[in-house]
Design a binder for this molecule. Sequence first.
Ligand code: FES
Length: 139
Amino acid sequence: MGGQVNEHLRERNRALYSPAEGGAVTFRRVARRSDVPADRGLAVRIDDIPVALFRVVDRIYAMEDRCAHADFPLSNGSLAGCVVTCAAHGWDFDVRTGFDPEHPDGFPIPCFAVREEDGDIFVDIEDVTNRRRPRRPGA
Ligand code: FES
């Protein structure tokens, strides 16, 4: 049974990764939609990148799982609407954009492209908005 499921996922991944589908072979299956809680994030890893998945109404968003302040995992924060509040020191980030809603010129969190198919969540870490900006020393 497990082998059939894995083969099914491999087939699906091959289809999603096909250049005929529009390019790079970079979407990775990371979770089931049902794994993502409603009030906080789900931590996953793609290669060496920590990724936090968040559910807002019916849509899943993926962002780097490192706070812009001091790298605390945002998946441990609390989610209210589309804003996650970091559990360490209370910085807020809109999971749809990666920006602090009160400081849209601040330090955003990198956000990754998400696809969903039949309850499976796929993330492409190559398709990223908000590349991480270096902080000033002491900032
Ligand atoms: S590490 Fe997130 S607010 Fe400080």
